[in-house]
Design a protein around this ligand. Structure first.
Ligand code: BTN
Length: 283
């Protein structure tokens, strides 16, 4: 008989330091969307560092208005509320900071499970961060991040960073089978969701404080580049007004993707409504 993994309010509160970046952990068995819940908590005065975690979502949201399928007992779904004191234009970079934190959290959780072995999950080709914020292993997605902000003039703003990580093997919908995967499938091991989440939060806390030093990605860029699967690859940039191809060379200090075009000029791609694809597939 399979042992049930402990996942709930108590184990999460024990694993995550509630006196650091995270001030409060709220666990919900089932909710519409942790982003919706975190935003509603923010509107009701919840503090910076309010973390909402769910075992299942009935209306999980992805980027560009897509759904995020969120079955119970399989994955991690969480949303972190931040009330930064830097300019709101800089907040979109937090998505890239979170992508780094998830990659690092996964590496640490896998190392802990293997008694400190330095084996890397992201060593293989097509494994790492697909700009700006998808995490892929062997060319398939294991994590998506949706950052949402409050828009109110002349008032302090807040940011909600929502993260979905595919952890245990599951049946994906036919349209996702070739695009999505899980940590269990790729690593051949069952990683505890609570320890993975604690590792991700710890890593985010560290990277967030580095980010705040210069309010830019300057000091995190090297590490981001080491994980960037699009780097030095041909990419197709899909913008609402059309598409073009080029070679991705890296990111700027503010998180745009640098793409070298055929005529030798370089353009900067802003995340927003843009999607970047490899020319032979998803990566
Ligand atoms: C993407 O499209 O890649 C972003 C997916 C983000 C999904 C997470 S799951 C937790 C949080 N709550 C949501 O409704 N969405 C985000």
């Amino acid at each position: 008989m399979e042992v049930q993994e402990a996942y709930g309010q108590q184990v999460l509160s024990e694993g995550i330091k509630e006196n650091g970046l995270v001030k409060r952990v709220i666990f919900l068995e089932n909710t519409d969307s942790t982003n919706v819940q975190a935003k509603s908590a923010a509107e009701n005065g919840a503090p910076d560092g309010n973390l909402v975690v769910a075992d299942a979502q009935t209306a999980g949201r992805g980027r560009r208005g897509r759904q995020w399928t969120s079955p119970a007992g399989k994955n991690i779904y969480f949303s972190l509320l931040l009330r930064p004191d830097f300019a709101p234009e800089k907040a979109s970079m937090l998505t890239l900071v979170m992508a780094l934190a998830v990659a690092s959290g996964i590496e640490h959780a896998v190392q802990d499970l293997n008694n400190g072995s330095s084996r890397s999950v992201f060593h293989a080709d097509n494994s790492g961060i697909k700009w700006p914020n998808d995490l892929v292993i062997n060319g398939k997605k294991i994590c998506g991040i949706l950052t949402e902000m409050s828009l109110r003039q002349n008032a302090p703003y807040y940011v909600v960073i929502g993260v979905g990580i595919n952890v245990y093997e599951q049946d994906f919908a036919p349209e996702l089978v070739d695009k999505a995967t899980t940590l269990e499938t790729e690593c051949g091991q069952k990683i505890s969701r609570s320890s993975l989440l604690a590792n991700v939060i710890e890593a985010f806390e560290e990277y967030y404080s580095v980010f705040k030093e210069e309010e830019s990605l300057a000091k995190l860029k090297k590490q981001y580049h080491s994980l960037l699967v699009n780097r030095d690859r041909q990419v197709c940039v899909l913008e609402p007004k059309g598409e073009y191809q080029g070679i991705a060379t890296g990111i700027t200090d503010t998180g745009e993707l640098c793409v070298k075009l055929e005529d030798g000029s370089e353009t900067k791609v802003y995340a927003g409504e843009v999607s970047v694809r490899g020319i032979y597939g998803y990566v």
